[in-house]
Design a protein around this ligand. Sequence first.
Ligand SMILES: Cc1cc2nc3c(=O)[nH]c(=O)nc-3n(C[C@H](O)[C@H](O)[C@H](O)COP(=O)(O)OP(=O)(O)OC[C@H]3O[C@@H](n4cnc5c(N)ncnc54)[C@H](O)[C@@H]3O)c2cc1C
Length: 266
Amino acid sequence: MYQTTYHRASSVDEAAALFAKGSEAKFLAGGQTLLPVMKQRLASPSDVIDLGKIKELIGIEVSGDTLTVKAATPHYDVATSDAVKKAIPALAYLASLIGDPAVRYRGTIGGSIANNDPAADYPAALLALGATVKTNKRSIAAEDFFKGLFTTALEDGEIITSVSFPVPQKAGYAKMPHPASRFALTAVFVAQTKSGEIRVAATGASQSGVMRVPAIEAALKTSWSPSAIDGVTISASNLLSDIHGTSEYRANLIKVMAQRAVAAAG
Ligand SMILES: Cc1cc2nc3c(=O)[nH]c(=O)nc-3n(C[C@H](O)[C@H](O)[C@H](O)COP(=O)(O)OP(=O)(O)OC[C@H]3O[C@@H](n4cnc5c(N)ncnc54)[C@H](O)[C@@H]3O)c2cc1C
């Protein structure tokens, strides 16, 4: 047994202050990762600071060409939001594929990207759409936020407050889910930005977590169509290999998922 003190913060500033007071504090959002980790004794925080009821951390806004999802917004809200469906339908679709209904009701975008599981869905959308992660201290481009397996640019005690997505011209997502957990065995998000840049990101595939796929970006620049990817070869080196799929299988999945994502984007 170990002792943990639970705190329900009512503002971001209060949460940051509580964190600073704890000897080994942890923020709690949906608890879909942190609670299992605590049950397994892989984490034993002195203080658990609940962000889930902080009003300024919940909600979805569209302003001009930017869609903002606040950090403690559950996946279910993103999946069912009319604003998200209109601005970036692929993002709503992505959220609808996360886990099961219980996970979608509790899990949040902030918790998902702070955790940066190499098979999580949101990191692919952030990287492909060129999103910006806002924290209580600064703004971090998605490119600089994801630092490898379960590692991000967040400093100790830094709180994600929201994620801002530039609305693209087109975007699509396709995922081969693990049949039990629904995490991505491999999934690909493709986007064509309003300025015409093509960005492709794959999750579930790389040993270093979410990654851009330059070979597919180059092919799609020539022609935005699934068949443009036919001739692309994805190297299996540095891809994950486990009982669920070899690195060669994942290399092929990157290509197939990218083709499906482009078809979905239209
Ligand atoms: C059965 C199951 C299936 C799942 N399937 C999928 C899937 O298919 N795809 C997928 O992408 N994910 C999947 N998940 C993960 C799920 O999406 C959760 O989003 C994810 O576990 C973390 O979100 P959370 O809000 O529950 O965070 P928590 O578990 O509460 O926290 C996770 C970590 O993030 C930190 N944190 C939380 N919020 C913030 C914040 N605002 N600022 C800074 N740090 C913060 C916490 O301190 C903790 O370290 C699955 C989970 C389960 C249990």
